[in-house]
Write a protein that binds this ligand. Structure first.
Ligand code: DX5
Ligand code: ZN
Length: 216
């Protein structure tokens, strides 16, 4: 098993100090910055828009992984691309024409990702797998940091690992929600490539050590 990438989520940072939070993610030895965008409609919480991404862009050279938990993502994807996103991940449940949204992200020169909530089966992604760079498996119901990981979601990761090998594809598999030092071994063992962690990162006193522990 290869060492996973770690993507701390700024959702659990102090919103009055976002620039510092992103610099801290970089100096901790983490791999990506995970940016949770919520619209108060697709999920019952609100965060921020493209301006946050463009304002944060100078604070770290790490890839920006923008997780859109919003309805009608097509309307905002060009603005997030322009703002400096590297990966743009939207929810399968939020769109009808997911393939079109994937093409839009690709045409903007960004890496498309699709996320599914705990109640959506992996089989719904079947037609889309050859076209995407990342599958983000929600391991909690999206909307808030600090929730407990839903263990059964790890079965979806095992399924995706098998499908990827069988179909000779190369997308990354990310897990998001409830990941901490206690749960990380099971998430890694399922074959996850990217571990996203919000509250575990921002509550850790020694962030460098936390990143090493999450990597295993
Ligand atoms: C939840 C977000 C997650 C969140 C994870 O809707 O998509 O990225 O920040 O937070 P923790 O790691 O605290 O579960
Ligand atoms: Zn997220």
């Amino acid at each position: 098993m290869t060492t996973p990438l770690i993507a701390p989520s700024i959702l659990s940072a102090d919103f009055s100090k976002m620039g510092e939070a992103v610099s801290e993610i970089q100096t901790s030895g983490a791999d990506w910055v995970h940016i949770d965008v919520m619209d108060g409609v697709f999920v019952p919480n609100l965060t921020f828009g493209p301006k946050m991404v463009s304002d944060l862009r100078p604070h770290a050279a790490l890839p920006f992984d923008v997780h859109l938990m919003i309805e009608k993502p097509d309307q905002l994807i060009p603005a997030f691309a322009e703002a400096g996103a590297d990966y743009i991940t939207f929810h399968l449940e939020a769109v009808v024409h997911a393939h079109r949204t994937v093409q839009m992200i690709r045409n903007l020169g960004k890496k498309p990702g699709i996320s599914i909530v705990p109640s959506t089966p992996v089989s719904f992604l079947e037609e889309l797998l050859p076209f995407i760079d990342q599958i983000l498996i929600m391991t909690v119901n999206p909307g808030f940091g600090g929730q407990s990981l839903i263990e059964t979601c790890l079965d979806k990761i095992r399924t995706l690992v098998a499908i990827r090998q069988e179909r000779r594809l190369s997308f990354l598999i990310a897990a998001d929600g409830g990941i901490n030092v206690q749960t990380a071994p099971a998430v890694r063992n399922a074959g996850t490539d990217v571990l996203i962690a919000g509250s575990a990162f921002f509550s850790a006193r020694d962030k460098k050590q936390l990143i090493q522990e999450l990597k295993g």
